[in-house]
Design a protein around this ligand. Structure first.
Ligand SMILES: [Zn+2]
Length: 469
């Protein structure tokens, strides 16, 4: 297997640190809002990487964090007048729902920054002790970039060029920074913000330290793959390397993988442009497996353009796959056990060749676009060569191979039913809200809508009950 390594800028042969084991860490979202489709790209892609390693017989330990303390979370909490943890808990739960919709496997570990503060303080302490970090009078702790000569080896930036990236790093104690390139490891609390005690001041960690700490705790000092969006290469991943390697004295991650951006109608997605799309919004129009298929239809290192046409194309693709699976299941209900015909024998050879094509594509730096084409060719083969006269073993072989390859791509082999119960519950909840807000017209409307679905409501002391009429 070959992986394009951001650090060497070459496709490198994958050799795990430990035989048949893969340790991978993928930076997760900051949980202050519903996740957007830009967050979904690395989630879907690296889940597919994990699935392919598992298909290849590797034992994968997959760690992805939730950043649950951050300026944006604190801002959202202030706006709502709640504790920051209320915001982060809420959006971790919502994120998990979206992940389930996109058929993303839960990580082996999903650590949260606020639960790992002790480890962060410990690592910062080590960095201070070995001369890689320093404390300024207001209690801010900075990483001394000049103490790590290899700084810039991932992003291929020279330290002097980094000045433009400094704006976002400006925080408290800035005037005491020894060098503009130095970055924050710990910062003092501000009024009304969450904080923790530390040897330097009451405050909270900088963002970069959490990934170094969690990666080490759950995967060890050295890992096989570190992944994330390309926007994380600098400064986030560069800083992670500086922190982790300064403490361990060893190479942190063997392969660095980064996915390219997602644009919307050829424009970079941003809140200010109003083209910001959440995964939840997409789920109102499509099965989220369509989003998954769309994301995998391009190579992960190519920018991907989100548009209605592309999504409709992916929807048609999913439909084609599921219709073929329906066809195979139907044939198998009555297929006879009999020897394979010569055509079926050569059909099996074709199937093996196409599966080989899938593997060759995925072995070549996870080329999901070509892998998906191989799956569509198998779908076509199944549609044209399997019929009511097929031998059972032949139809079975097609079905099994498709199921296995679809599982690598994270596509379920059958249609998902939107559960009636969850729709009914959602409508009942909306009706309760409407009544609470004295919007009786809307409440009556919902009652009628439910009645049309054959659902009767009974308002009782213990709340609303419902039954099928
Ligand atoms: Zn990270």
């Amino acid at each position: 297997m070959k992986i394009f390594d951001t650090m060497t800028r070459y496709k490198e042969e994958f050799v795990p640190l430990e035989e048949k084991k893969v340790r991978m860490y993928v930076c997760g979202p900051t949980v202050y809002n519903l996740i957007h489709i830009g967050n979904a790209r690395p989630m879907i892609f690296f889940d597919t990487v994990r699935r392919y390693f598992e298909y290849r017989g590797y034992d994968v330990t997959y760690v992805s964090n939730f950043t649950d303390v951050d300026d944006k979370i604190i801002k959202a909490a202030k706006e709502e007048g709640v504790d920051a943890s209320v915001i982060s808990e809420r959006y971790i739960e919502e994120c998990k729902k979206d992940m389930a919709g996109m058929n993303i496997k839960p990580a082996t570990h999903h650590p949260r920054a606020t639960q790992e503060i002790g480890g962060m303080i410990e690592m910062i302490q080590k960095l201070i002790e070995n001369g890689h970090a320093y404390v300024v009078p207001d209690g801010t702790v900075y990483y001394r970039v000049s103490s790590f000569p290899e700084y810039g080896k991932l992003s291929h930036k020279k330290v002097e060029e980094n000045q433009s990236g400094l704006r976002e790093l400006k925080v408290s104690g800035e005037k005491d920074k020894a060098d503009p390139n130095d970055f924050v490891l710990w910062k003092p609390k501000k009024e009304g913000e969450p904080y923790w005690d530390s040897p330097w001041c009451q405050g909270r960690p900088g963002w970069h330290i959490e990934c170094s700490v969690m990666s080490k705790k759950y995967l060890g000092e050295q890992i096989d793959i570190h992944g994330g969006g390309e926007d994380l290469i600098f400064p986030h991943h560069e800083n992670e390397i500086a922190q982790s390697e300064a403490v361990s004295g060893r190479m942190f991650a063997k392969y660095w993988m980064h996915n390219a951006f997602l644009n919307i109608d050829h424009v970079k997605m941003s809140k200010s442009l109003g083209n910001f799309k959440t995964v939840r919004q997409i789920s109102e129009q499509y099965d989220l497996q369509v989003l998954r298929l769309f994301m995998l239809s391009a190579h992960y290192r190519s920018p991907l353009n989100f548009s209605r046409e592309m999504m409709d194309g992916a929807k048609a693709g999913l439909e084609r796959i599921l219709t073929a699976m329906d066809h195979l299941r139907e044939v198998l209900l009555s297929a006879e056990e009999k020897p394979l015909s010569p055509e079926e024998q050569s059909g099996l050879e074709q199937l093996a060749a196409l599966a080989g094509k899938f593997e060759a594509a995925m072995d070549d730096d996870f080329n999901t676009a070509d892998g998906l084409s191989a799956v569509y060719e198998i779908v076509k083969c199944a549609n044209t060569t399997v019929n009511e006269n097929s031998a059972k073993a032949y139809a079975e072989a097609m079905k099994q191979k498709l199921e296995v390859l679809l599982d690598v791509l994270g596509i379920l082999p059958q249609r998902r039913q939107l559960s009636l119960d969850s729709r009914v519950e959602a409508l009942i909840q909306e009706r309760q809200e409407a009544r609470k807000n004295k919007n009786y017209a809307r409440a009556d409307e919902i009652r009628e809508e439910l009645a049309a679905m054959g659902i009767l409501l009974e308002d009782g002391k213990e709340g609303v009950k419902w039954k099928r009429a």
